[in-house]
Design a protein. Structure first.
Length: 427
């Protein structure tokens, strides 16, 4: 999850139109002569400003080492990529490689859009990757992606503001967070916490009550269960009270929350490591050591949990053999320990293989901090429709938080919408 890159949307859209229509740069109809270099297309969904330059530099290194392969790089806004790839793959005009969010991988695999990677060059180092991340790239026993970055959510806070309020450690429960927010407001006149109305950010409240939107193994919809109502009730309660910022239901809410935090106008938010580089650009974190990173607070179950996020590199099944071979080589290069270390150092993102966590990588306070909270990251079930379940919540939660709809009514609406997405699940 990240803020959209509006400035690049039009450019990316025009580039995508060319590739999705079976032009000379598409994976399945490249147009290169057999004797010349193979040109593969990569749709990258990373932040166009902070992250993409690192990937583009690595592409040059790859091309220098592989003279017979050229890589056409297209940066696709993250919030548009899933639908664009779905459309392009269905018309046989998809890119050879996609940086696929972990939740998209099983959905695309189910539609036979992705190439199984087991036993290929792309997965030659399979044993080097964190096993839970390989599991998240699998569908029905086959692996359809190679993890390139991982992430999760954490409570990030301004140490200096906490210190002024007399708070010596991060809150461990939502109740403690509420209490700390009041202390911050009383001592500094600054809001102590600003929550998000996005479904992904509310997921930790569900985990804190030992539940989820669905029970995939039991094929049951649980978003309107007693446990879920308690979770969302806690979430809703953090938009009202001393030191708690009211819900922002505008289209620019993500940017408002992020900007307030990096400039010291709010003491704590829930956020992922993809924003580490932006944290450091803010006035509040010119001194990187001022950034506090802690496990998300726990719910009444006593356990804290946050969604496991991240991205895989997947290969399009509709490309011809020559392009697939080149794509597999490229995926192997981009997910190597050396490449992942480079990406981590430049972008402050978390590698997916242990041998990429060099001493230099671990010296980054942001990476080190998020590394300590990964144990609370909870993998998503291998359900192709799972990521789509957040859609109805993203529609209803802002209405609930904004006081336009009751919690019961909103969750009932979500339950009905999810029923249509997973019709074989019971309520």
């Amino acid at each position: 999850m990240r803020r959209g890159i509006a400035a690049s949307a039009l450019v990316a859209s025009l580039a995508l139109t060319a590739t999705a229509c079976g032009g000379s740069d598409s994976g399945s109809d490249n147009g290169d002569k057999a004797s010349g270099p193979v040109t593969i297309t990569w749709w990258d969904t990373s932040n166009a400003t902070n992250e993409a330059p690192t990937y583009q530099a690595l592409i040059k290194d790859f091309e220098a080492a592989n003279k017979n392969i050229k890589v056409k790089y297209v940066n696709v806004p993250f919030d548009q990529a899933q639908n664009k790839f779905d459309t392009a793959a269905g018309s046989k005009g998809a890119p050879d490689i996609l940086r696929s969010e972990v939740g998209w991988t099983p959905a695309f695999a189910k539609k036979s859009y992705l190439l199984p990677l087991d036993g290929t060059e792309a997965l030659a180092d399979k044993d080097k990757f964190k096993s839970n991340l390989i599991t998240q790239a699998q569908y029905e026993g086959k692996t359809y992606g190679v993890p390139i970055v991982t992430d999760t959510l954490a409570l990030v806070y301004n140490k200096a503001i906490f210190k002024k309020a007399g708070i010596t450690e991060a809150p461990k429960t939502w109740d403690e967070l509420k209490s700390d927010a009041a202390k911050v407001k009383a001592k500094t006149k600054i809001d102590g916490y600003w929550g998000s109305t996005q479904a992904y950010y509310a997921q930790s409240f569900l985990y804190g009550e030992g539940t989820d939107t669905v029970d995939a193994s039991a094929k049951k919809i649980t978003v309107n269960s007693d446990a879920a109502k308690k979770a969302y009730g806690t979430w809703l309660g953090l938009f009202s009270g001393k030191g708690l910022h009211k819900a922002d239901t505008t289209a620019d809410a993500y940017a408002h929350i992020q900007d307030a935090f990096v400039n010291g106008k709010v003491a704590a938010i829930i956020q992922g490591p993809w924003e580490i580089t932006n944290f450091y650009k803010g006035s509040a974190f010119a001194d990187k050591s001022n950034l506090g990173i802690a496990t998300v607070p726990a719910g009444s179950s006593g356990k804290a949990g946050a969604p496991t996020g991240g991205h895989n590199l997947s290969v399009y099944a509709g490309s011809d053999k020559a392009h697939q071979a080149a794509a597999l080589k490229f995926v192997n290069f981009m997910t190597s320990a050396k490449s992942q270390s480079t990406i981590a150092l430049k972008n402050s993102t978390l590698p997916t293989r242990d041998d990429a966590y060099t001493d230099q990588v671990k010296a980054d306070p942001g990476i080190a901090g998020y590394g300590t909270v990964l144990s609370a990251a909870q993998p998503r079930p291998a359900l192709p429709e799972y990521s789509s379940l957040w859609g109805p919540l993203d529609t209803e939660l802002p209405k609930i938080a904004g006081g336009k709809e009751s919690l019961d009514k909103g969750l009932s609406n979500v339950e009905l919408a999810i029923q249509k997405l997973v019709p074989d699940f019971s309520k």
